[in-house]
Design a protein around this ligand. Sequence first.
Ligand SMILES: NC(=O)c1ccc[n+]([C@@H]2O[C@H](COP(=O)([O-])OP(=O)(O)OC[C@H]3O[C@@H](n4cnc5c(N)ncnc54)[C@H](OP(=O)(O)O)[C@@H]3O)[C@@H](O)[C@H]2O)c1
Length: 247
Amino acid sequence: MGRLDGKVAIITGATSGMGRDTAYVFAEEGAKVMITGRNEARAKEVVEKIKSSGGEASYVIADMADRQSLDKIIDETVEKYGTVDILFNNAGLLSTSSSMDISLEEWDKAMQVNLTSALILSQKVAPIMKKKGKGCIINTGSIAGTSARWGAVAYCTSKHALNGLTKALARELGPEIRVNAILPGAIVTAMLDSVGGEDAVAGMKEMSPLKRVGQGREIGTAALFFATDDSSFVTGQLLRVDGGVDC
Ligand SMILES: NC(=O)c1ccc[n+]([C@@H]2O[C@H](COP(=O)([O-])OP(=O)(O)OC[C@H]3O[C@@H](n4cnc5c(N)ncnc54)[C@H](OP(=O)(O)O)[C@@H]3O)[C@@H](O)[C@H]2O)c1
């Protein structure tokens, strides 16, 4: 028996990286998983892998910066699976401009994808979860949401703001809905590849008492904790999953 048997979970940004690994973890635990992203070939691969292991999954192609796409995610999930029990707002983009250089266009896009989409999807699932009397929202922040990184002003700002959104939603959506965030450190994904070569990754390993970077599944199992009753008295929390780095 799986710990998410009978549950319906939406995971945004699950065509790669930690969203994809979380989709595998949730499906192994019995959830019906709706994954989202823009890349249809990768979405199909994730769904096929889950189905070939005996799980249940579907995908919605959606751009998190597009309002209609966000409506489509919830509408198609309800049409396919009848409800939503878990929303994992995980999609994110890395913006690497500094405060003096960033264009307003880049700033707005980062806010839409990393922050506003989480608000809009939460607004749409909350009535469904409230009506059921139970639900869970998880946001993917970052350790760059607790201290600034040079040259990533929109990323850092959006992730700091996501912490505030997590706490505000937790306060406003209880008692039926619990809302928490995972703040990953360096996790092996395409995003990590894009920020540094071997030297950067070696530096990140050195900063961790565990002397390594994390794996996507280690975010998936943290998300599983928030998604199950193992965390039934936990809401409004920001959980660092970062190998113990102190920055
Ligand atoms: N990796 C790390 O070290 C690290 C550390 C801290 C926080 N994070 C956070 O972890 C989350 C997942 O990132 P990851 O590391 O797993 O990176 P990733 O492998 O690059 O995955 C990013 C996911 O987000 C989706 N996405 C990006 N922009 C999108 C858009 N405009 N519309 C729809 N989907 C979009 C991508 O899907 P498509 O390409 O199919 O659109 C992909 O599925 C992000 O919120 C990121 O900020 C990562």
